[in-house]
Ligand binder design. Structure first.
Ligand SMILES: Nc1ncnc2c1ncn2[C@@H]1O[C@H](COP(=O)(O)OP(=O)(O)OP(=O)(O)O)[C@@H](O)[C@H]1O
Ligand SMILES: [Mg+2]
Length: 259
């Protein structure tokens, strides 16, 4: 990896009510890299992402964003970090009382001193990028789960941050929209050199767009490699995960779990 990593976790430990979730996570993600974190449900993937943007603080260990340690920063100081790094939440986390327009415009109003016209143009561009052009006036309650998810992605890219953390960005989307989000992540990398950290259970997406993939298990990253290396890995945890996840995905689509 050349230069300072975009994101680095060194020995990060985190427990909730004395139950350890992260037991020493070590991970360095390069600038412009697309990195996917795989792992079973409840293994701490979302907890890992939340550390990368300072929403959770480690009990032990350090988190660096572009070389700056963020574990001890005040909420005010974290504002800078949240201009550099944005997060697309697993639950979309939209403001239910705000229109789609205001949801996507929110980070722009928080962090930019833009004219209304410029905000409108940027919101339209972001909605178009996720296939939701013209939905500005809708309320979140009028959207399907998949549409809410895509509004969350539009909000995440609005500020053109240097790093975007995507927590299950395509779960529940139909194949065409899954592909669209995958292409969006790739085009942000190619056009702007954006670093992407993705948590997903969609192995096809993972292997199609990731430069590297890491597997989390028992509170640690137990294997890291390129998509090809991981797919062909003989690491027992990787093999077990890929075999198990394949079964789970089959069961999921069989049960009609998609929205
Ligand atoms: N704020 C919190 N307070 C208490 N426990 C938490 C909190 N956040 C996460 N946990 C616990 O940490 C563990 C890991 O949660 P996390 O959400 O990171 O899992 P995950 O790997 O993202 O799973 P999934 O694939 O189901 O989204 C879980 O046992 C969860 O209950
Ligand atoms: Mg999660």
């Amino acid at each position: 990896m050349n230069g300072v990593p975009a994101i680095e976790l060194c020995g990060v430990e985190k427990s909730f009510r004395a139950a350890p979730v992260l037991r020493g996570v070590d991970l360095a993600i390069g600038r412009g890299e697309t990195f996917t974190i795989l792992g079973g449900s409840g293994t701490g993937k979302s907890v890992c992402l939340k550390h990368m943007i300072g929403l959770l603080r480690p009990d032990a260990g350090q988190v660096f964003v572009e070389g700056r340690e963020i574990g001890e920063l005040s909420e005010d100081e974290l504002t800078d970090v949240r201009i550099q790094v944005s997060m697309v939440f697993q639950s979309a986390a939209l403001f239910d009382s705000l229109t789609v327009f205001e949801n996507v415009a929110y980070p722009l109003r928080e962090h930019c001193d833009w004219e209304e016209l410029q905000i409108g143009a940027r919101v339209a561009e972001c909605l178009d990028a996720v296939g939701l052009a013209g939905t500005e006036g809708l309320m979140p309650s009028e959207l399907s789960g998949g549409m809410r998810k895509r509004v969350g992605v539009a909000r995440g890219i609005a500020l053109e941050p240097r790093t975007i953390l995507y927590d299950e960005p395509t779960t529940g989307l139909d194949p065409a929209n899954q592909r669209r989000i995958g292409e969006l992540i790739q085009s942000l990398k190619q056009r702007l050199g954006v670093t992407s950290v993705i948590v997903t259970h969609e192995l096809e997406l993972c292997f199609a767009i990731s430069d590297r993939v890491g597997l989390i298990k028992d509170g640690r990253i137990v294997a890291v490699g390129s998509a090809v290396e991981m797919r062909n890995s003989d690491h027992p945890d990787v093999r077990a995960f890929l075999a198990g996840e394949h079964d789970v995905q089959g069961a999921r689509s069989g049960a009609g779990a998609r929205e």
